[in-house]
Design a protein. Structure first.
Lengths: 130, 426
């Protein structure tokens, strides 16, 4: 990870030294704040339809952390039918399901009954251009 | 015991290039997959399913084309931008398990686990394997033993085990396992040494372990003796956690098609120089000597073979791309001969030394050196930000017809904004 150091804090000049010198902080580095675990976090682009209920749209960037375990209602990336797709993870009475907006709730995928489906990672942030 | 016992783990990624390709393409997870070397020449990585089909490591593509077609084997050209990033992620993950670590290659690392209790080692190995798989998606095999050579041997066995982890510390099975390892598969035993050993009836790792050290020392060299000692469990090769700065830097490629013209060779040499110069500037080093080499294909029948190289010693060390290219092209013109079909060319920068800030300007042949240093910085910054070759030198050419063939590249690059992996919303 890059560390940016402020270089010329204060020129040795004739005037009164800046009172802010002692409080100079680094530029904000989004990597530090948005990526908790560097080796397990991937940047992935969304293609296709939108997921309006969670605010993910075509062309958005997702930060996906593979090291996390999904919680109830986590947005996740999963391997379904040999393809990586975005889904919502739901826990009900010791059973886990995957759903998406377009599917009716009774259409949800039961993870226990579909062992070939696996969760690839947990979406931690969406970057959406306005 | 005189010395405290070392516990070394070798972590090796399984079919690494194939595993990288599978990470973002779940459709090829259980299918046979191979990755081809540059110019789609030879098979350099195979999935287990491809191994079962009888595709051998290093086999030329044209020889296995039939098997590939008949069995619908998924074939990829190398995508080193992706493999490099995934490798860094694996290494960063491993680093959490031991501060003492040696990155041995793009897909292997030695870890010092001496602080782990003997009885916990196997479980610890399984935990390393589990975390690397979860975080990076890359399956690994782990061999644990008292020396590097034995950990390599343990890893060789681990590759065949379902658990993927083999711990030889305090194991009574060592000799039994060493008998299963052919002498050619022992770490540090090359092709020549293999021939010599087999000629002397040393056929397995076990046979070598039981040879008298005096005999080995007399008949091979210090490296041969070290290997044998390490098989006996006496550590002779230490972990090298710090990566030494490089002493030379080579960039070479074989062409996608045969090249005859000097202009095209010059484009290639210029491109290689730019790549190499960028690398050494990143390490804050300068070059003392440039070597340029060219050669025709050694496999073409009925055609004359020509290979030559030329060294140029620079009067003053530099890492300025423009100055280096100038010298490299002089060297190229010196060895270029008309009428040959060239297959490969490359540059080697050697005598690398750290940038010396104090006498940089003395005797410099570059006018306005300060400005040139700034120019190089600007070029490097632009290329890191906007991708390799965003800012280049016209001499490097635009069409680059000679460029390496990569017909089956997956094009995914986890470090480049324009080629990120994608997911669909269903």
């Amino acid at each position: 990870m890059k560390v940016l150091l402020p270089f010329h804090l204060n020129k040795v000049g004739a005037g009164f030294p800046s009172p802010a010198t002692d409080y100079v902080e680094d530029d904000i580095d989004l990597n530090v704040h948005l990526i908790k675990n560097i080796p397990s976090t991937f940047l992935i682009r969304v293609q296709g339809k939108s997921m309006n209920n969670v605010g993910i749209h075509d062309g958005d960037l997702l930060l996906v952390d593979r090291s996390l375990n999904p919680k109830n209602f986590s947005t996740i990336v999963a391997n379904v039918n040999e393809e990586l797709v975005v889904k919502t993870f739901i826990k009900e009475k010791n059973q886990s399901f995957l759903t998406s907006e377009s599917e009716k709730l009774n259409n949800k995928i039961n993870l226990g009954k579909n062992p070939e489906i696996f969760i690839w990672g947990v979406v931690t942030y969406v970057i959406h251009a306005l | 015991m005189l010395y405290s016992k070392k516990k070394i783990a070798l972590v090796d990624c399984n079919s690494f290039y194939v595993s990288c390709e599978r990470l973002f393409s779940p459709s090829i997870i259980k299918k046979p997959v191979v990755v081809l070397s540059s110019n789609d020449g030879c098979v350099i990585s195979r999935s287990t399913e491809a191994k079962v089909l009888g595709i051998k490591m290093g086999e030329p593509y044209f020889k296995v084309k039939k098997i590939i077609k008949e069995n619908d084997v998924k074939t990829f050209s190398t995508n080193f931008s992706l493999y490099g990033d995934i490798s860094r992620r694996v290494m960063k993950t491993l680093k959490q398990f031991s501060p003492q670590m040696e990155i041995y290659s793009i897909d292997e690392a030695f870890l010092d686990l001496s602080s782990i209790k003997d009885e916990d080692l196997l479980e610890h190995g399984c935990e390393i394997r589990r975390v690397v798989l979860k975080w990076t998606g890359i399956p690994t095999s782990i061999g644990i033993a008292t020396t590097k050579t034995l950990s390599k041997a343990a890893n060789y066995i681990a590759k065949k085990e379902k658990s993927g982890v083999v711990d030889l510390i305090n194991s009574k099975q060592i000799d039994k396992l060493l008998k299963e390892i052919k002498i050619s598969d022992v770490w540090g035993v090359g092709r020549q040494l293999t021939k010599f050993y087999i000629g002397n009836k040393i056929n397995t790792a076990y046979d070598l372990k039981n040879m008298h050290n005096g005999w080995i020392k007399k008949n091979t060299n210090v490296f041969g003796s070290r290997t044998a000692m390490e098989l006996k469990g006496i550590p002779c090769i230490s972990l090298e956690p710090h990566q030494e700065k490089r002493e030379s830097c080579c960039v070479s490629r074989s062409f996608g098609k045969k090249v005859i013209k000097l202009e095209e060779l010059s484009e290639a040499i210029t491109t290689h120089c730019l790549n190499a110069a960028e690398k050494i500037r990143l390490d804050n080093q300068t070059v003392k000597r440039i070597t340029v080499f060219i050669r025709t294909s050694p496999f073409q029948v009925n055609k004359n073979y020509y290979a030559n190289s030329k060294n140029i010693d620079l009067p003053i060390k530099t890492n300025d791309s423009i100055a280096l290219i100038k010298q490299a092209l002089i060297a190229l013109e010196y060895i270029y001969k008309k009428g040959y079909q060239y297959q490969k060319t490359g540059v080697i920068f050697s005598g690398l030394k750290d940038v010396d800030v104090y006498n940089r300007n003395l005797f410099s042949t570059i006018n306005n050196e300060e400005k040139r240093i700034k120019l190089m910085k600007a070029i490097d910054y632009t290329n890191i930000k906007y991708g390799r070759h965003a800012l280049s030198i016209a001499q490097a050419g635009f069409k680059k017809k000679w460029n390496t063939k990569r017909n089956f590249s997956s094009q995914i690059n986890t470090t480049c904004f324009n080629f990120l992996p994608t997911v669909r919303i269903s």
